[in-house]
Structures are given as structure tokens and as C-alpha cells.
Design a protein around this ligand. Structure first.
Ligand code: HAS
Ligand code: CU
Length: 589
């Protein structure tokens, strides 16, 4: 008889359950702040002071993109490791330890943010989820983030430990695909978080504690984006994992290609970090050439997602044909559209296709000037993290919750309604956000409508856009209420013995078709490091060279970074002397 997860791993199920509930708490809080700011910005219902808008926005951002996403992913990664290696964690106390560190960390940061609403303390952290200088938070906020990130590092160590132990017992076997995905994602995360660790520990925390007086804002921005771009793949890769190993199964078929899935995760490992500067196309302190390199890397980074679109849709088609689907497009009808787990993930995928297009536009250096810092970008990330990731996580919750609680899902039809309402709400909200951005409506402000200035819409009107955004926000809130009803309903159910087995999709082309080198994690990590060194050494050196490590005024460490000039000089004279013999051709420097 095949068992549910909780039957085989009761202790691990408890950790995962706790991580999920932490994630849902953050989702609820983030959702409340979300509807407050949608209604405030669009002018439909205003009860907060506009001066508090940054605090609301910070709470919305941090609770959703840091706590909701990451608590959920540590839960499913722990599931993926234990299920695919078929062994429990090595040391349960260690597992609870990293969970505890994450929980304490995010609580400290959360308290620091929420304290911004009262004047009773001077604690506040209204610095947005992109907490770079010159915005400054109370030290508690940074300290909390440090603990949280260290918690995730230890979680990664836990997964590696399991894999090492398994490898010792199974020396000649390929890394099971889910484990492979967890390990590559973790390695990417280790590399990415070096940036944020440096930003916080060397600059922001000492500055907030008063140990140093100033920081170099461009440097903290650049270190933030060193982390801030790859963090989006830390959210996406677990969702992709679900599209690869769960979606084919619920579609009724098998994963089209295990080797291709490995290639995708390797590409993310090597390309995610050296692209962060695409968030800084408008930063005047970074030379255009460095931006061009980041743009080129970003365009290559489209590849793993395009491969994913192909592989995942091919797997869905395989499933549909197993279920009797026929014709070029007729197979779509044979998919299990009444299953919320399937429909949620499929709708999330559809929206991600649109998100990919807005991402490509963001990524173009020239066209980015049109959309940067406008509402367009907000539209983009509500399709990506707000739907591709969030909707996938909610959809798979309907499968995971029974697995880790041992209880039947409270209502499948409410679940189906929930994922559809999210899709419809996000269609209204994000489309209108993109359009508003094209008219120049700025992001990150409570007062987008400047006095005496009218945004001219080519089609429709500002009022219509505002109405769509507010309507979308309300539908998303309704969807969240339905989601929580199901989570509570399920938690209140009794134990059931009729749960589906803990299984993930088989493959049409399995690991035996994948070249061995794909499993060489050391090689891919080394390549990733080299690319990061190439992409970041010179931009960072030149930022420090011009602005000083701690800003232009105080400079406790010697800045002996003539390197950039020296290198330029060396290149220049070399080129000049090489050209000497042909000087008569009229070539001069
Ligand atoms: Fe982005 C800004 C470029 C992906 C998140 N992005 C942001 C911000 C966030 C964010 C949060 O180059 C704002 C940060 C801030 O506060 O300032 N982004 C990209 C590019 C991609 C991309 C090129 N972003 C993401 C993902 C995110 C995310 C993923 C979160 C999870 N983004 C940018 C740039 C900026 C930016 C610039 C800076 C803008 C500025 O000026 O500030 C790519 O990775 C996208 C590739 C995606 C595709 C789509 C493939 C399609 C698939 C769907 C398959 C369909 C299925 C369903 C499975 C090529 C995989 C089929 C269903 C059936 C029924 C058949
Ligand atoms: Cu990015």
C-alpha cells in the first residue's frame, strides 16, 4: 500500500506543516496591507495617513516576498529531499534549529516594521523590501534579516547533509531530480546571499548602529541587487520544481525530459547572479558597458524559462493524450480542469508567459528607461512572484496540506474557485498596472496623481485604470479569504486514511539520458563564481574608487583602487603601440 507523506515521515511532516503555517501567517498579513494600499493609492478608500504609506508598503513587500515565499519553499524543499532520497532528515533538532532561527529572525524584522505605525517607540523600518541606503532602518530590522538568512543557510546545509549521507549509501546512482533541483537552487542562494550579507554586515547594520556615520549609497544598492535579482529565482525555482514534478502527474502523464530539467536548473545556477545590474540601468554611477554585460547575461537567462515552457507544456500534452485528448489543440480540453492543483498551476504558468514578456521589456537597456520606476514594474512582479510563484504555492498547498496533516482537504470546489478568482483578479490588476506605467504613473508613492498634472491615456482613462486596479485588488483579497477558509477547514478536519499516495511524476526520458556532467555540482558552482567575478569586480571597484567604501567623507580603509585606471591605461598604451607600425595609414588613437 502506498502511504501519504505523514505516514512515512511524521516528524518531518510536523516541521513542514509548521513552516507552511508560518508562511500562511505572512501571506495573511501581507494580503491585508496589500488591499489597504491598493484602495489608498487608487483613492477608493483612504483611512491611513499617506505618510504611513511606506510602512504599509514595506510590510506588504517583506511579509510576502521574504516570509511567505521562503517559509513555503523551505517546507517543500524538505519534502522534496526526504521524499526523493527516501530518508528522514539526519538530525531533527538541527532541522528545528534552522526553522527556529528563521522564525525568530523574521519576527524581529516584522516587529521593527510594524513599530513604524506607532510613535510610542522610535523603532521603525520603513525601508521597503529593497532596503538599500539612503533609507535607514532600526538595527533590529537588519539583525532579524541576518538571523533569517543564516537560518536558510543552515536549511541548505541540512539538505546537503541528507544528500551526502544518501550518496555514501548509493555511490553510483544519479541524483534524484527533486534533490538535484533543491541542491542547485541552494547553491545559487549561497552565492546570491553573499551580496546581501556584505551589504548588511559591513555597511547597513554598522551605519544603523551609529558605528559609521555614512555609507556609499550606490555601493549598498549594487550589493542589494547582486542579491535582489537572484532572489527572484529563489522564489521561482521551487515553483518550477512543482511544474516539473507535480504538474505532469496531475495532468495524468509524465515529465517529458529529466535531462532538460537538469539543464534548466544548472542554467539558473550559473546565470542568476551576474545579471543584477539590470535593476540599475538608470543609476548614473555605473558605466554603460557594465550595464550592457548585465543585459547580455539577462537575455541568456531567458533560456531556462523558454526551455521550461517547452518541457512543461509538452508534459501536460502527454498527460492530456493519456487521458484521451486529441487534435492540435483539442487535447487542452482533456486536462483535469476541475482539479484545483492542476488548474492553479496551469493558470500560474499562463500568467508567467505574460510576465516573461514584460520581463524582456524591462531587461532591454534602452526600453527600460520608459518603464523604470513606473507602475509597469509593479505589474511585472505581480505576474511573476505574485502569480507564477504565489498561485503555484497556493495550488500545491491543496495537495501538500493533506500530505503533511493527514487530513482531507476541506473543499475542492472552494479551492477551484480560489485559484480562478486569483487569476481573474490579477488579470485586471496587473494589466492595468502595466498600462498605467506606460503613461508614466510612478510606483512607490501614495499620491501618484500630482496636482495640476494629468496623465494622458491613449486608450481609456486614468479613472478606468484605477477602477481596474482596485477591482483586481478586491478579487485577490476575496481569493485569499477563500484560501484561508480551506486551510482552517482542513486543519479542523479529523484524520483520514484515504489520502493519495506521496508520489511525484515519472519521466518519459529519465536521468539515464542525461550526461553525467550535469550532476557535477562543483563544476557548475565554479563556473557560476567565475561569471560573478567577471560581472561584478569592475563595477564594484569603480564604485568604491569614486565614492569610497563608506561614502565620500569618511574612508577608514585605504582605497588603493587605481586598478581600474591602471588597467585602462595599460590597455590604451598597448593598443597604441600595436597600432604604431600602421600609423602611416592614418590610424591614430
Ligand atoms: Fe523581473 C524587476 C527582468 C523574471 C520579480 N522582477 C522585477 C522586480 C521583481 C521581479 C520583484 O531586466 C521589481 C524589483 C524592484 O522592486 O525594483 N524578470 C526579468 C526577466 C525575467 C524576470 C528578464 N522577475 C522575474 C521573476 C520574478 C521577478 C521570475 C519573481 C519570481 N525584472 C526584470 C528587470 C527588472 C525586473 C529588468 C527591473 C525593472 C526596473 O526597471 O526596475 C525572466 O526570468 C522572465 C523569463 C520568463 C519567460 C516566460 C516563460 C514562460 C513559461 C510559461 C509556461 C506555461 C505553462 C502553462 C507552464 C521567458 C515558463 C501552460 C498552460 C496551458 C493551459 C497550456
Ligand atoms: Cu531582476
Amino acid at each position: 500500500m502506498s502511504n501519504a507523506y505523514i505516514d512515512d515521515f511524521p516528524a518531518e511532516a510536523k516541521v513542514i506543516r509548521t513552516a507552511f503555517y508560518s508562511s500562511f501567517l505572512a501571506l495573511a498579513l501581507g494580503g491585508v496591507f496589500g488591499i489597504i494600499q491598493t484602495l489608498h493609492r487608487t483613492g477608493y478608500y483612504r483611512f491611513i495617513d499617506s505618510a504611513d504609506y511606506y510602512t504599509v508598503l514595506t510590510a506588504h513587500g517583506v511579509f510576502l516576498v521574504i516570509s511567505f515565499t521562503i517559509f513555503f519553499l523551505v517546507g517543500i524543499f524538505t519534502w522534496a529531499i526526504t521524499t526523493s532520497l527516501d530518508r528522514g532528515v539526519e538530525d531533527l533538532r538541527f532541522t528545528w534549529g534552522w526553522y527556529g532561527l528563521m522564525a525568530v529572525g523574521i519576527t524581529l524584522s516584522g516587529v521593527a516594521i510594524l513599530a513604524g505605525f506607532t510613535d510610542a517607540t522610535d523603532i521603525s523600518a520603513s525601508v521597503l523590501f529593497t532596503f538599500y541606503a539612503p533609507l535607514q532602518a532600526h538595527p533590529l530590522f537588519y539583525l532579524g534579516l541576518v538571523l533569517f538568512v543564516v537560518g536558510t543557510w543552515l536549511a541548505g546545509a541540512d539538505w546537503f547533509r541528507s544528500w551526502w549521507a544518501w550518496k555514501a549509501e548509493n555511490p553510483n546512482e544519479r541524483i534524484p531530480l527533486p534533490t538535484f533541483m533543491v541542491l542547485t537552487t541552494t547553491l545559487m542562494w549561497y552565492l546570491a546571499t553573499l551580496g546581501v550579507a556584505a551589504a548588511i554586515l559591513l555597511f547597513l547594520l554598522p551605519w544603523s548602529l551609529g558605528l559609521v556615520e555614512t555609507v556609499n549609497p550606490l555601493l549598498t544598492r549594487t550589493l542589494f541587487w547582486f542579491f535582489g535579482h537572484p532572489v527572484v529565482y529563489f522564489w521561482l525555482m521551487p515553483a518550477y520544481m512543482m511544474w516539473y514534478i507535480m504538474l505532469p502527474k496531475v495532468s495524468g502523464g509524465k515529465l517529458f525530459s529529466d535531462p532538460l530539467a537538469r539543464v534548466v536548473f544548472v542554467l539558473f545556477l550559473i546565470l542568476s547572479v551576474p545579471t543584477g545590474i539590470h535593476h540599475q540601468y538608470l543609476d548614473p554611477g555605473i558605466a554603460e558597458g557594465f550595464k550592457f554585460i548585465a543585459m547580455t547575461n539577462t537575455m541568456f537567462l531567458l533560456l531556462p524559462s523558454l526551455l521550461t515552457a517547452f518541457t512543461v507544456v509538452a508534459s501536460m500534452e502527454h498527460g492530456a493524450r493519456q487521458r484521451g485528448g486529441e487534435g492540435y489543440f483539442g487535447w487542452l480540453k482533456a486536462l483535469p480542469w476541475r482539479d484545483p492543483v492542476f488548474t492553479g498551476m496551469a493558470l500560474a504558468g499562463l500568467m508567467f508567459a505574460a510576465a516573461g514578456f514584460s520581463g524582456m521589456i524591462n531587461a532591454g537597456m534602452n526600453i527600460n528607461y520608459l518603464v523604470h520606476n513606473t507602475f509597469w514594474v509593479v505589474g511585472h512582479f505581480h505576474l511573476t512572484v505574485g502569480t507564477a510563484v504565489a498561485l503555484t504555492f497556493m495550488a500545491v498547498t491543496y495537495w501538500f496540506l493533506p500530505q503533511v496533516t493527514g487530513k482531507e482537504l476541506w473543499s475542492r470546489s472552494v479551492a477551484l474557485g480560489q485559484v480562478v478568482v486569483w487569476f481573474v483578479g490579477m488579470t485586471f490588476m496587473s494589466n492595468a498596472m502595466h498600462r498605467a506605467g506606460l503613461l508614466g504613473v510612478p510606483r512607490r508613492t501614495a499620491e501618484p496623481q500630482y496636482e495640476g498634472f494629468e496623465f494622458e491615456a491613449a486608450v481609456g482613462s486614468m479613472g478606468e485604470l484605477q477602477a481596474q486596479i482596485a477591482l483586481g485588488g478586491i478579487l485577490l483579497t476575496v481569493s485569499l479569504v477563500l484560501f484561508f477558509a480551506n486551510v482552517f477547514g482542513t486543519a479542523l478536519n479529523g484524520r483520514s486514511d484515504e489520502l493519495p499516495a506521496n508520489e511525484y511524476a515519472g519521466t518519459l526520458s529519465g536521468p539515464e539520458d542525461a550526461p553525467l556532467v550535469l550532476d557535477n555540482l562543483k563544476l557548475w558552482t565554479a563556473i557560476a563564481v567565475v561569471l560573478v567575478v567577471f560581472a561584478y569586480t569592475f563595477p564594484l571597484l569603480s564604485i568604491i574608487d569614486r565614492g569610497g567604501l563608506f561614502g565620500p567623507d569618511i574612508n577608514p580603509l585605504p582605497v588603493s583602487l587605481e586598478t581600474v585606471h591602471l588597467l585602462a591605461f595599460a590597455l590604451e598604451s598597448h593598443v597604441a603601440s600595436a597600432l604604431e607600425p600602421v600609423a602611416w595609414l592614418g590610424v591614430s588613437r
